[in-house]
Design a protein around this ligand. Structure first.
Ligand code: GLA
Length: 378
C-alpha cells in the first residue's frame, strides 16, 4: 500500500490509517456552483493518498512525496498567509476545523498523489478532502461527512485565498463509482445519477492539454465578482434565480460583457438540468450536444477557454465525438469528449496529431471512469 509504505519510510513507524480522495472531472455545469446553481461532476480513479498517525508534539508534520518536502505546521501557523505552497491546503484544513470548533489532533501525515497538479482536475480538493478525512477520524471529531465539502471549501477560500465554489470538494467527498453527482449548490441537495459509460458502449475521453491552468490568477475571481455584481444589479440573491425567460429583460439592463457572463450561467444551469433528465432516462449519447453547447458558451460568453482547449474540442468533434467541452475552471486544463468506446484510441491520436501540428505541447489523454469519493483504505 503506497501510502503506508511512504509513511513508514518517512516516519519510521506504521500509520494509524490511510485515506484517499479523488480528483474529479465535471461533466457539465461550469462556473455555476458559486452562482448557487447546478453541477454534475464525477470522481476520477486518480487519487491523493494520505497516511497519518497521531503525534505527541503539538504540531503537524506533513511530508509530500511529489513536492519532496516536509513542512512542520505549528498552531501559530493556523492563520491565513502563514503557510504557502502545497502545504497551505493542509494548513487550511487544520485552520477550518479549528475555526469550526473542532480542534484537529496533532499528527504526522504523508501525502502522495496521482492527480496532476494544475490540470483542472481538482488536485487541491483531493488533498483537502483526504487530509480532512484523516484528521476527523484520527481525532474522533464529530463532523459528519455531509459537512466536509463546506469545511474543505473554507480551507481554500479563507486560508489559501482561492474564491472557489463548493463543487470540487463535494465531488471528492460525495461521489459514487458508476455515477455522476447532481448537486444543487444552493440547497446542498444531491442525487447520484447513473453514468454507466461501458454499459452503453461509450467512453469519456479526457485530454489534459497541459496548457497551464491558473485558478489563483485574477480571472476566476473576476468572473465570480462579475456574477455577484450582476445578481445585485438585477435584484436577485444569485444568478441561479434567473431562468431563460428572464434573460432578455436581464440583458437589457446590463452592459454587453456582463450580459454574456450572465447568459452563460443561466444557460449552463439549464443544460445541467437537461443532461440530468437525459441520463435518468438512460439516453447517454443524447447529452453530447449539451456538452458542445456548454463549450461554446464558455468560449464565447464566459471567455475562459484558450486555443489548446478549443483545438481539443474541435478535433474530438471532427472525429465523431457526440459532444465535447472544456472541464474545470478554465484558462487551460482539460477537455472531455463523449465518444464510442471503440473510438477512444483514434480520437486521442487525432487530438495529439492536431496539437503537434499546431506546435502545442503533447497532451495527455485517458478514458475516465466514475470512481468513488473519499475513503479509508486501511
Ligand atoms: C474550479 C472551482 C469550482 C468551480 C469550477 C468551475 O474548479 O474550484 O468551484 O467554480 O472551477 O466550474
Amino acid at each position: 500500500m503506497a501510502g503506508a509504505e511512504l509513511f513508514g519510510q518517512r516516519f519510521g513507524a506504521a500509520p494509524a490509517g490511510v485515506w484517499s480522495a479523488p480528483g474529479r472531472v465535471n461533466l457539465i455545469g461550469e462556473h455555476t456552483d458559486y452562482n448557487d446553481g447546478y453541477v454534475l461532476p464525477f470522481a476520477l480513479p486518480l487519487r491523493t493518498t494520505v497516511a497519518a498517525a497521531l503525534q505527541d508534539e503539538p504540531q503537524w508534520t506533513v511530508y509530500s512525496r511529489e513536492a519532496g518536502e516536509t513542512v512542520v505546521i505549528g498552531s501559530d501557523d493556523l492563520m491565513p498567509g502563514r503557510v504557502t505552497g502545497w502545504a497551505a491546503y493542509v494548513a487550511g484544513v487544520l485552520w477550518a476545523l479549528r475555526e469550526a470548533g473542532f480542534p484537529p489532533p496533532s499528527a504526522r501525515i504523508a501525502v502522495t498523489s496521482q492527480v496532476p497538479l494544475g490540470a483542472g482536475l481538482s488536485s487541491s480538493a483531493a488533498l483537502e478532502c483526504a487530509v480532512l478525512a484523516a484528521l476527523v477520524e484520527l481525532g474522533g471529531l464529530d463532523v459528519p461527512r455531509e459537512a466536509w465539502p463546506r469545511l474543505a471549501q473554507q480551507a481554500e477560500n479563507g486560508y489559501v485565498g482561492v474564491p472557489c465554489g463548493i463543487m470540487d470538494q463535494s465531488a471528492s467527498t460525495l461521489c459514487r463509482d458508476g455515477h455522476a453527482l447532481f448537486l444543487d449548490c444552493r440547497h446542498g441537495t444531491r442525487e447520484q445519477v447513473p453514468f454507466d459509460l461501458a454499459g452503453h458502449g461509450l467512453a469519456l475521453l479526457v485530454v489534459d492539454t497541459r496548457a497551464p491552468h491558473r485558478l489563483v490568477s485574477g480571472e476566476y475571481a473576476a468572473r465570480r465578482a462579475a456574477c455577484e455584481s450582476a445578481a445585485a444589479a438585477l435584484g436577485v440573491a444569485a444568478l441561479r434565480d434567473l431562468d431563460r425567460s428572464a434573460l432578455p429583460g436581464a440583458l437589457a439592463r446590463l452592459d454587453e460583457v456582463t450580459g454574456r457572463r450572465v447568459r452563460h450561467v443561466v444557460t449552463e444551469n439549464e443544460r445541467v438540468l437537461d443532461a440530468v433528465r437525459l441520463l435518468r432516462a438512460g439516453q447517454v449519447r443524447a447529452i453530447g450536444p449539451l456538452l458542445t453547447a456548454s463549450h461554446a458558451s464558455m468560449r464565447d460568453d464566459y471567455e475562459i477557454t484558450v486555443a489548446q482547449v478549443d483545438t481539443g474540442v474541435e478535433t474530438m468533434l471532427a472525429e465523431g465525438a457526440y459532444g465535447a467541452r472544456m472541464t474545470g475552471g478554465g484558462f487551460g486544463g482539460c477537455v472531455l469528449g463523449l465518444v464510442e468506446h471503440a473510438s477512444v484510441d483514434a480520437t486521442a491520436a487525432a487530438v495529439r496529431g492536431a496539437f503537434a501540428a499546431a506546435g502545442y505541447d503533447d497532451p495527455h489523454c485517458f478514458a475516465a471512469v466514475p470512481d468513488r469519493g473519499v475513503a479509508r483504505l486501511i
